[in-house]
Structure formats: C-alpha cells, structure tokens
Design a protein. Structure first.
Length: 132
C-alpha cells in the first residue's frame, strides 16, 4: 500500500484548534468542530499538523495507488476552511453550488461559516461520513 506524507498523529485536535491565532478563523473552525461532533461518534484525528480527519477508508488516487485516508476532514487555512470530502460527487457539487461555495475536486472552501446554510453543510458531512 502506498504511504502518504500526511499521516495520523497523536496531536490533540482540540489543542490545535485552540492554538489558531486569527479569532474569526478559530471561531469558525470550533463551530465546524462542534457541528461534526453532533453528527458522528467518530474520533477526530489530526493528520499531519493541520488537518482534522474523521473515519478511515482505503482510498485510490488517480494513479490507482491505494492508501489509508480519512472519510471527512477539514483544515482551517489562512483565508478559508478547507473541507475534504472523499465521497465527492454530483450531490456534493450541487450542495456547494447552492451555498455559493468555491470547490475543487474533493474539496469545498468556506470563507465564513455564518454565511453557510448549516442544514446543507450537515447533509454534505453526513453524506461523506456515511460513504454514499
């Protein structure tokens, strides 16, 4: 099995979130953390130094290399929060479009969580965690 550079760590996800300096980004990340905690019993695991992942899957990349990864993850970046969605599909694409969120292949970017439809956000997270 192919091994990625980014691996699970023993870093506390809560300590990581508490260490975010930008207050707005920190509050958005903590709110997202709480939303995810309401939706799943999966333990949050730090992947590398700045991604919080939930669940585990065996994933294949575009070159068909298989590796272990998380089902859903997020990372508070400087200008936005990146959502990592392994169940990326037309369903996720449509939800992101409906909420006017920028997105790429497997990622959705949230600039301001207060401007996001939380019900649609929860649907995207559940869809990914349930592996639909």
């Amino acid at each position: 099995m192919y091994e990625l550079k980014t691996q699970p760590t023993k870093i506390s996800s809560r300590n990581f979130l508490d260490s975010i300096v930008d207050i707005k980004r920190k509050n958005d990340a903590l709110r997202l953390f709480d939303i995810i905690s309401e939706l799943t019993d999966e333990e949050p695991i730090m992947w590398g130094s700045n991604i919080i992942g939930y669940g585990n899957i065996e994933y294949s990349n575009s070159t068909n290399k298989k590796y272990k990864w998380f089902k859903f993850g997020f990372s508070p970046r400087k200008n936005y929060i990146s959502l990592y969605l392994t169940a990326y599909s037309d369903y996720i694409y449509q939800k992101a479009e409906k909420m006017n969120l920028k997105h790429g292949k497997g990622c959705v970017y949230i600039k301001d969580i207060d401007k996001v439809n939380i019900s649609d956000l929860k649907d995207m997270i559940l869809y990914t965690l349930e592996g639909e």
